[in-house]
Design a protein around this ligand. Structure first.
Ligand code: FE
Length: 136
């Protein structure tokens, strides 16, 4: 994705508010089973809460039971990037928005077919845009 979005920490804090700032810009994690989008079943697109980039389609969302919004794939491989995260005594694959480097969550190899992946995200990292003709 071109046109990287960059803002100062103060600008992100003002835009996102304290809770989303902690998740999106500081790599935090919202408590399991608390996110506003966890049980969202509506048809539409999940956008980056920081910059509005399209990240996941509702067609890839599934109920993983893990307590966070889960997707089997990104809407476009170029929109979600990965990097190794060695915090908390684990090695995990962190997922971030390619446009603004916003923290989304982690991706785990225990998802459904065809990818076998679980993109485990924070509701606070995402904004949901319902399809206009979905009737939701
Ligand atoms: Fe972003």
């Amino acid at each position: 994705m071109n046109d990287k979005t960059t803002k100062s920490e103060d600008e992100w804090k003002a835009q996102l508010g304290e809770d989303a700032y902690r998740v999106c810009r500081r790599g935090g994690t919202e408590p399991a089973f608390t996110g506003a989008l966890l049980d969202n079943k509506a048809t539409g697109t999940y956008l980056c809460a920081s910059c509005g980039a399209e990240l996941f389609s509702s067609t890839a969302k599934y109920d993983s039971g893990c307590g966070w919004p889960s997707f089997s794939q990104a809407i476009d491989a170029g929109h979600v990037m990965e990097r190794l995260d060695h915090t908390h005594g684990m090695t995990r694959r962190e997922i971030l928005c390619s446009r603004c480097d916003g923290h989304l969550g982690h991706v785990f190899p225990d998802g459904p077919g065809p990818t076998g992946l679980r993109y485990c995200t924070n509701s606070l990292s995402l904004e949901f845009a319902p399809d206009k003709d979905s009737g939701d």
